[in-house]
Design a protein around this ligand. Structure first.
Ligand SMILES: [Fe+2]
Length: 184
């Protein structure tokens, strides 16, 4: 038996996923404007809203393959609205997902196909099972970057069009350090 180094590392809570199969994507404000109730003219287009690292090996279309991910949301407000990810349903509703809070604080918004919505608190150590039929979005409500690790089947897919057609039914704002929830 050979003892070898791991093919990737993810030092928690402060590290990122590192390894040859790790991909990094950055979402800038200019590409996130449509997520928010109002545009913020004081926010530069190139402000980083969130960064996603993902680690996936082999054929992503192969049943049973998994992805390990890390999302880092910056503590930015957009006209008072808390920074958040785009959010998605899975194309394959048979695929669930795990999230775990690593640092910072925020909410995990979960919405079913009827628009019923609930938000779980996310904090270091919080663990979240996301059923395959629920749309999910992360919202950073704290004053430091919010880091969340995720694991999901690579065949789950991201159905962004469905959340554009059926948007999340609540928004989270922050004023004087208090969260304000607006539901529609
Ligand atoms: Fe997902």
């Amino acid at each position: 038996m050979k003892i070898v180094e791991p093919k990737a590392t993810h030092r928690v809570p402060d590290g990122i996923i590192e390894g040859k199969d790790v991909k990094k994507t950055v979402k800038l404000y200019k590409d996130a404007k449509s997520f928010y109730a109002n545009e913020d003219v004081n926010l530069a287009d190139d402000v980083c809203m969130y960064t996603v690292y993902s680690y996936q090996v082999g054929d992503p279309n192969e049943q049973g393959n998994l992805i390990w991910g890390l999302s880092i949301l910056e503590p930015v407000l957009v006209n008072g609205e808390c920074n958040m990810t785009r959010g998605h349903f899975h194309e394959d509703e048979g695929c669930a997902e795990f999230y775990q809070g690593l640092s910072g604080e925020g909410l995990l918004m979960l919405m079913d196909g009827q628009g019923e919505i609930v938000a779980e608190k996310v904090f270091p150590g919080s663990l979240h099972y996301i059923a395959g039929n629920l749309a999910h979005r992360l919202i950073c409500t704290g004053d430091v970057p919010m880091k969340v690790v995720a694991c999901w089947p690579s065949t789950a897919g991201h159905d962004y069009a469905r959340v554009e057609k059926h948007p999340f039914t609540a928004r989270v704002f922050k004023k004087d350090n208090e969260l304000i929830i607006e539901e529609r």
